[in-house]
Design a binder for this molecule. Structure first.
Ligand SMILES: Nc1ncnc2c1ncn2[C@@H]1O[C@H](COP(=O)(O)OP(=O)(O)OP(=O)(O)O)[C@@H](O)[C@H]1O
Length: 300
């Protein structure tokens, strides 16, 4: 077996405030994977990534990047990582190109303009190369954040909510470019609140809840974990019957999703709703999606 790109080994993090943010997290991300890390707010995803980046120290366990212990060998481990953080922070007095040159210098890379130009062009930033950071829009700043994480051509790229609040155009640019880097053999770790994005991009997904990994599997295996089908509809009138609560996968306002055992079960469920005096619309029967699985596992 080759060395995993990233190994989390019984990682614990207890903040000084007393919050127990990570409770023995263990899993590997293999080289070349496109890996999704999901979980509701406060599950511990950012804490895990901050520990991976060496910016916070776990209170237990160990983290390895390409076999290097992050704590013992932080610089070497960091050189293999390109982390795109959630928070936008920059020196406002530099231009975009200066920012990227400066970051290259931090990694000891002196002549990096060819690669910087390639990154700028792939992220739709070529015409902003000489713009001052403070003159950029929020979306453009986010692109620079991605560019900055890539200047040293890291083999492992970690994106923490990269598309939160960004426009569709950037999303498309970003996923094209990241897809290409992945096809070239890089490992990608993604945290996102956009479950459809994770479902379409990630080969494997870990779902965290309250500092623990509650599920980790190939994306298709997670989806097929709930065999059978899901009946979705909107309640127009009446009280949802208690007898069906055990089959309720999700409820969002008047929209509900019910787990079905088989095709006949759809009729039984509709009959139970009708008998309870519930009127519905927008009825569909389909496969569970990642959101159904996510909600069933996290209750979030
Ligand atoms: N620096 C900190 N000091 C104290 N507690 C923290 C700190 N950072 C995070 N926490 C707490 O640790 C827990 C996990 O937070 P974390 O940000 O890692 O979750 P998350 O899964 O990334 O959530 P989100 O999706 O909202 O970013 C939360 O209870 C949070 O309040």
């Amino acid at each position: 077996m080759s060395v995993p790109a990233v190994r989390f080994d019984a990682v614990e993090k207890r903040y000084a405030s007393g919050t127990h943010a990570l409770r023995g997290v263990s899993f590997d991300v293999e080289e070349g994977e496109f890996f999704g890390l999901l979980g509701p707010n406060g599950a511990g995803k950012t804490t895990l990534i901050t520990c991976l980046a060496g910016l916070a120290t776990p209170t237990g366990g160990r983290i390895f990047v390409k076999g290097m212990d992050v704590r013992e060998n932080r610089r070497a481990a960091s050189l293999s990582l390109g982390i795109v953080p959630q928070e936008i922070t920059f020196d406002p007095f530099l231009t975009v190109r200066e920012t990227l040159r400066f970051q290259s210098g931090y990694w000891g890379i002196r002549k990096n303009d060819d690669w910087i130009d390639e990154i700028l062009s792939n992220l739709g930033l070529a015409d902003k190369a000489d713009a001052s950071m403070r003159a950029l829009s929020g979306g453009m700043k986010r692109r620079v954040l991605v560019a900055q994480a890539l200047v040293h051509k890291p083999p492992v790229i970690v994106l923490d909510e990269p598309t939160a609040g960004v426009d569709v155009e950037l999303r498309e640019h970003l996923w094209d470019f990241i897809g290409r880097l992945h096809n070239e053999g890089r490992t990608i770790i993604l945290t996102t609140h956009y479950l459809a994005e994770a479902q379409s991009l990630c080969g494997r997904i870990a779902i965290m809840k309250k500092g623990e990994v509650v599920a980790l599997d190939r994306t298709e295996a997670l989806l097929s974990r709930f065999d059978g089908r899901v009946l979705r509809c909107r309640i127009l009138e009446g009280e949802f019957p208690k007898s069906l609560e055990g089959d309720l996968m999700r409820r969002h306002g008047a929209d509900i999703a019910l787990r079905l055992a088989d095709a006949d079960d759809a009729l039984a469920k509709l009959e139970a709703l009708r008998a309870a005096g519930v009127r519905i619309e927008n009825l569909t029967v389909g496969q569970p999606d990642l959101e159904d699985v996510f909600l069933a596992l996290t209750g979030a």
